[in-house]
Design a protein around this ligand. Structure first.
Ligand code: LLP
Length: 428
């Protein structure tokens, strides 16, 4: 339930046409697994339902959610655009020949080196965070004899009801400029050599379930665009960011994307028309909702420990290093025993990892049939912000990533070896 892309076949967890058990046996655990067809279906949901006759609708995959060559190549094949926030993410994209004009550079405190790399690659747009960055980019672009198309990130001040750490558009946010100061900054940006001002960006937060928050932010942005145009600022692109919530555990009620996207596309047409502004392009930047629920992580159950106070611990061979989200955000997840889906729960189990940290618990109380050492345990819906936020604490190796396509499966990122772990250490 909540994970339509994974199946239960006679009590066994199946991805595509492969059992989780076989994948674990073939590649070892911990293992990040993605269903390639599910990834492609989700990309098409965005592309096919966010469309307009009056403006160009672009879907940018926010590659911070998960960036590795096979996934970025898939995004390229599906016709997506790409949001990168660092030289590393840009390098990954260029390594798979992602068309530079479909890459958008985001983030705060972009380094000169990163801006130079972006200009040199000829990427489509840079979303500016502030005026100081705008001046640096202007110098770099001008020196290279190029004109870079830019948007400015602003905060519409919409409350999005999500975790404090992933809330990004409050008035004291480190990202972007408040509407009160943005106007002046835009005037300066419009006059800078090497830059061509095209529009505005906002991102109101992440893991959002309230569809009205997006609509509200969109309307505030359109109003602000009208005000900007009134002051002679040229802008015809609106980037509404990402943040669409996904199902992680019982009780989560994500937005039904297809009808929401269609409604949003139409609403924007009408609202722009009513305000008398011409929109050339509207962008959305889904990260989590693009990839999360096509992915899961497989672990092997190790020791079992039953404490006197009734707490039952099942230890797994990974934990907070390969999924930092629980320790960082108290995120909730759903766990299953991959070969015992039809067995009734015996007890409530605390799923803890092997990192030397008390907070290394992936699930506090999972109702499960009593796990046995050697069982494969799957945490479902781990496609976003797990691999990409991997931490090498305790020198545990980063797990491999596998793509499943029907009966076929292939490793797309190999598991770190012990030699990889010490590869950067100067031994002498
Ligand atoms: N665009 C911008 C400018 C962003 O800052 C973000 C996410 C996105 C798009 C994609 O948002 P999404 O659709 O994935 O919600 N590490 C946190 C999430 C941090 C999100 C930061 N910005 C987590 O694991 O929940």
């Amino acid at each position: 339930k909540g994970f339509p892309d994974f199946q239960n076949k006679e009590g066994r967890l199946v991805v595509g046409e492969c059992t989780a058990k076989d994948l674990a046996a073939t590649y070892g655990t911990p293992l990040y697994v993605y269903d390639e067809e599910a990834l492609r279906r989700q990309a098409r949901t965005f592309v096919n339902h966010f469309k307009s006759d009056s403006y160009k609708a672009r879907i940018l995959y926010a590659s911070k959610a998960a960036s590795f060559a096979a996934l970025i190549r898939l995004a390229k094949e599906e016709g997506l655009n790409l949001d990168v926030v660092s030289e590393g993410e840009l390098y990954t994209a260029l390594a798979v020949n992602f068309p530079p004009d479909r890459i958008i550079f985001h983030g705060n405190n972009k380094l000169d080196r990163e801006l130079e790399a972006a200009v040199e690659a000829g990427i489509g747009f840079v979303v500016l965070d502030n005026l100081s960055e705008a001046r640096r980019l202007s110098t770099i672009a001008d020196k290279a004899g190029q004109t870079v198309e830019v948007l400015l990130r602003v905060n519409p001040g919409v409350e999005a009801h999500t975790h404090d750490y992933i809330k990004t558009a409050t008035s004291d946010s480190k990202f972007g400029l408040g509407l009160a100061t943005a106007g002046e900054a835009l005037q300066v940006i419009q006059g800078l050599p090497g830059l061509r001002l095209r529009g505005l960006h906002c991102h109101i937060g992440s893991q959002i379930f309230a569809d009205d928050a997006f609509i509200k932010a969109a309307h505030i942005m359109l109003d602000f665009m009208v005000a900007c145009q009134g002051q002679g600022l040229s802008m015809d692109i609106l980037d509404l960011g990402g943040g669409f919530g996904v199902f992680y555990e019982d009780g989560d009620q994500p937005i039904d994307l297809a009808p929401f996207l269609e409604g949003l596309a139409q609403d924007l047409e009408k609202e722009a028309r009513d305000r008398g502004i011409r929109l050339a392009e509207v962008w959305l930047e889904p990260g989590r909702s693009m990839v999360n629920n096509a992915g899961l992580t497989l672990y092997t159950v190790g020791d079992i420990k039953r404490l006197a106070d009734g707490t039952n611990y099942a230890f797994i061979d990974g934990g907070m290093g390969d999924n930092m989200r629980v320790a960082l955000y108290q995120a909730g997840y759903t766990a299953v025993l991959a070969d015992r889906l039809d067995d009734a729960a015996d007890n409530t189990w605390r799923i803890a990892g092997k990192y030397c940290e008390s907070g290394d618990v992936l699930i506090k109380g999972a109702p499960l049939p009593d796990p046995q050492p050697g069982d494969i345990l799957a945490i479902l819906g781990t496609g976003a912000y797990t691999f990409s936020m991997f931490s090498g604490y305790n020198r545990l190796p980063r797990p491999a990533v596998v793509f499943v396509k029907g009966k076929d499966h292939r490793e797309v990122v190999r598991r770190e070896s012990l030699d990889d772990i010490i590869a950067q250490d100067l031994l002498e």
